[in-house]
Design a protein around this ligand. Structure first.
Ligand SMILES: [Zn+2]
Length: 106
């Protein structure tokens, strides 16, 4: 029998691979070093890489690192998409501003 009165956290997951049930572990792809280097090169490559890393963040199994775990809560995912949309909006504004600044005046 499963305990029903257990407090379920934000990242509560169920792993179909090893049967683990509990708090998931957050994994992020890519490297922070590359992210810093790209930010030093310019705001656009830095922002693109940061957004790529953000969109590749996932909650996995802390036991076997399995990626496609079953999430018991959905609010985390929704907030992540909001962040990505906000980031893309900022990117568009920056590109538009740069294009305006560098448009040759004839
Ligand atoms: Zn697992």
């Amino acid at each position: 029998m499963m305990e029903e009165n257990k407090i379920k956290g934000k990242n509560w997951i169920k792993c179909p691979n090893c049967g683990y049930e509990g708090e998931g572990k957050k994994y992020t792809r890519g490297s922070l070093l590359i992210e810093i280097v790209l930010w030093l090169l310019g705001i656009i490559p830095g922002l693109i890489y940061s957004l790529w890393r953000l969109s590749n963040q996932y909650i996995g199994c802390p036991k076997c690192e399995y990626r496609y775990v079953v999430k018991q809560s959905s609010d985390v995912k929704n907030r992540k998409w909001l962040l990505i949309i906000a980031g893309l909006f900022i990117l568009i504004v920056i590109i538009a501003t740069l294009e305006f600044l560098f448009t040759p005046l004839f």
